[in-house]
Design a protein around this ligand. Structure first.
Ligand code: LLP
Length: 421
């Protein structure tokens, strides 16, 4: 459920009409609903009720400070994968003890930043990284809490570019090697082993791969405890998928996911962490764009928008589907027509949808891309020297610009021409 509904034929974000925002900020832009973000976070929190737990929002899905502040105020922890994301979490007021640091290649600078600023745990992905963390911690005179990210060799049954839990993927430590690496970790002076971490992929639409991975984590936890390790925390990663269409697509609900976690792992007495990104932010955001031209091609019509692949890369990068809807509903009885929906960037890949049925549109009409709150703005670039598009947050009947569109002067001022030219 989200809070983007039509009222009197006009698409609203909560109680704010989308054309009202467009008139103030111009198109294209992203708009997020505070009520939807809140609801999605609370669904996870409620799903794990009865167990000691922390829901750590995966910042990579949407890292706007206002979004982080909102979730942080609700008690969310944060899953960060870079020094930049760590700084964002801190800037949003989230304390170090609620920040977990994931990622396959943390640098010594990033490790130092987190150890000095406070960290709940590092999710460690290799032996060299483990040694680096120990060395940095020892130099600083502290001990780093860690979980090892294990690779359970489970097929997440998702898009190959976002599956992470198979042995051929670059992520984690092979689960068969885990006991040996934990034994090494226990000997390192700067390391305190606190748990086990796993993340098998993103946009999973079934519970079965999660359950297979968590069952392996359970077995490993029991074995590690036998080896004398104090495993008190399990980080189960993110990955629960969302519906990208309004049809009958229905991925498992957070409550079902939570029930499965409790069933598989509940008796271990461990604190449970999860790292959802997409399910919290994905359907809490739209990207709104205007039609520049309608172009008649041979046997097809193109809807040329002012948004492009640089603003929302998912369709061209993963062949991802985003529902595209008119902001002003067509008169009842209007027949839809097929359009290829494209942006102005000079690449054929700059295509959002092919042969998509939409009510006929004209120049200046507004369209909204649904499910754009996750991996939308964060993956945008300035390709073709197109400014990053603004982000807007709606709460009830008011809205705020939470990231301005940069001016062309600001963009040009970032470059400098060497004196010899
Ligand atoms: N934890 C870790 C360690 C991750 O690598 C990820 C996502 C998450 C949590 C959050 O997963 P989520 O709950 O959002 O599925 N750009 C791609 C998605 C990449 C996901 C990368 N890792 C897309 O647009 O589909």
């Amino acid at each position: 459920m989200d809070h983007f509904l039509y009222k009197d034929g006009v698409l609203h974000a909560e109680d704010v009409a989308i054309p009202e925002i467009a008139a103030v900020v111009g198109t294209p832009f992203y708009v997020y609903s505070a009520a939807t973000l809140t609801r999605h976070f609370q669904l996870f929190d409620a799903a794990l009720e009865g167990t000691d737990h922390l829901v750590c929002f995966a910042i990579k899905s949407n890292s706007n400070l206002a979004v982080l502040k909102l979730l942080g105020n609700l008690g969310a922890g944060m899953d960060v994968v870079s020094g930049g994301e760590y700084r964002r979490a801190k800037a949003a007021g989230v304390p170090g003890e609620r920040i977990v640091f994931s990622g396959v290649g943390k640098t010594r600078e990033e490790i130092t930043l987190a150890l000095t600023g406070g960290i709940r745990q590092f999710n460690v992905e290799s032996e060299p990284e483990l040694c680096a963390i120990s060395e940095v911690a020892s130099t600083l005179g502290v001990v780093a809490p860690i979980a090892l990210r294990v690779n359970p060799d489970v097929d997440a049954k998702t898009h190959e570019k976002i599956a992470t839990g198979k042995s051929e993927n670059k992520f984690g430590i092979p689960i068969a090697k885990a006991r040996a690496v934990y034994a090494e970790a226990a000997k390192l002076p700067g390391i305190a082993v606190v748990g086990v971490d796993v993340h098998i992929g993103s946009q999973l639409t079934e519970l079965e791969p999660f359950e297979a991975a968590f069952t392996k984590v359970r077995e490993l936890t029991l074995a590690l405890r036998e080896d004398g390790h104090d495993i008190r925390r399990l980080d189960l990663g993110g990955g629960l998928g969302i519906p990208y269409t309004r049809s009958n697509e229905a991925p498992p609900l957070p409550v079902e996911y939570g029930a499965m976690i409790k069933r598989v792992l509940g008796d271990l007495g461990c604190e449970i962490e999860i790292e959802p990104g997409r399910l919290i932010s994905g359907n809490a955001g739209l990207m709104v764009s205007s039609v520049i031209y309608v172009k008649e091609g041979e046997g097809r019509n193109f809807l040329i928008l002012d948004a492009a692949m640089n603003d929302l890369v998912r369709p061209s990068m993963y062949g991802a589907h985003h529902d595209i809807v008119p902001v002003i509903e067509a008169e009842p009885g209007t027949e839809p027509a097929a359009f290829d929906v494209v942006g102005p960037v000079c690449e054929t890949g700059d295509t959002f949808a092919k042969g998509r049925n939409l009510t006929p549109m004209g120049e200046g009409d507004l369209v909204a891309f649904r499910s754009a709150g996750a991996y939308g703005a964060v993956m945008a670039s300035e390709y073709n020297s197109r400014p990053l598009i603004p982000e807007v947050l709606v709460e009830g009947d008011h809205f705020a610009v939470i990231r301005q569109r940069p001016s062309f002067e600001e963009m040009l001022a970032r470059d400098s021409i060497p004196v010899w030219l």
